[in-house]
Design a protein around this ligand. Structure first.
Ligand SMILES: [Zn+2]
Length: 302
């Protein structure tokens, strides 16, 4: 994974952060507008500001500029009366140097540099922990396992000229599905890809934190070259989070032609029951998916 690409991916995460901060401020304003007094003042302020901006194209209208200042003072006073913190109405960025753009004066801001170093260190630390294809013991594998390994190895070799972007490895406890996906992770890291390997439980938690604006690490799952979701189906279903974020994650990655590997105990039918039709249809799409079944009663590769 080259540095520039890492920076670009991080910048996308930063953009999400900015959007969140802006949305939060806008929502606070919207809520305040339920107060008629504020609504009236704020509407007048917005209109005057717009008129002033228009005037600057020709001759700057200083009277409007003066009006804006007066309205600002009036709004400030009203906010004080209502006990509202003025700051909640403007986007609160985490980094005051770059307003979460990651760039200051055309150069990388400290905060982006810090995120970059953190990312590089986590990528290299996980790299050594994964099992590799060379470590799989041929003697312990049955025909289905061997075929599964062949498919996965061939896929890795073909990347990025691969048409199948969803690879689902279905099998029970002890079927070796996690081992297989670790081999994929290791191989793709060797190819310098940005690999994001997470359990479904972790992804669910990241989605929850993202949903409440506490962490933006979830964007790594969206942006990674290769996403590996281990043990789908073991995570709790959180209202408004689990199904929604999983669908968006899988769908966005499919649109961007970014491969997602999933290991799961669930059959495709179980996936339909547990999640919903949209998720099922993305994962079961024959044109885009490879389904490898390792369950002892139903060992087959489709
Ligand atoms: Zn910054």
């Amino acid at each position: 994974m080259n540095r520039q690409r890492l920076i670009n991916d991080l910048k996308q995460g930063f953009m999400l952060k900015r959007i969140r901060a802006q949305e939060k401020a806008e929502n606070n304003i919207k809520k305040l507008c339920e107060n008629p007094e504020f609504n009236k003042l704020y509407t007048k302020y917005s209109k005057t500001k717009l008129d002033y901006l228009k005037s600057t194209y020709e001759t700057e209208n200083l009277m409007l500029k003066h009006d804006i200042e007066d309205l600002k003072t009036e709004i400030d006073n009203l906010l004080k009366k209502l006990g509202v913190d003025k700051q909640t109405l403007t986007p609160q960025y985490e980094c005051l140097k770059c307003n979460d753009t990651g760039i200051v004066g055309g150069r990388i801001c400290e905060c982006l540099n810090h995120a970059l170093n953190k990312k590089i260190s986590t990528m290299t630390s996980t790299q050594t922990d994964f099992k590799s294809f060379e470590q799989s013991d041929e003697n312990l594998l049955d025909e289905t396992d061997k075929k599964a390994y062949e498919i996965l190895k061939a896929w890795c070799k073909k990347y990025p000229d691969t048409t199948k972007t969803n690879i689902n490895v279905i099998g029970g406890v002890g079927s070796g599905k996690t081992f297989m996906l670790e081999c994929v992770a290791k191989e793709m890291l060797r190819q310098n890809c940005f690999v994001c390997y997470k359990t479904a439980f972790d992804i669910n938690e990241l989605a929850r934190l993202y949903h409440i604006g506490k962490s933006y690490e979830f964007s790594d799952c969206i942006n990674a070259d290769i996403l590996i979701i281990d043990d789908l189906g073991t995570e709790p279903i959180l209202k408004n989070v689990t199904k929604e974020y999983l669908y968006n994650l899988i769908n966005t990655r499919q649109i961007n032609k970014k491969p997602t590997f999933i290991s799961t105990n669930l059959s495709l039918d179980n996936i339909l029951d547990r999640y919903d039709e949209r998720i099922f249809s993305r994962l079961a799409n024959k044109n885009l998916s490879i389904n490898i079944s390792l369950t002892s009663s139903d060992k087959r590769v489709k």
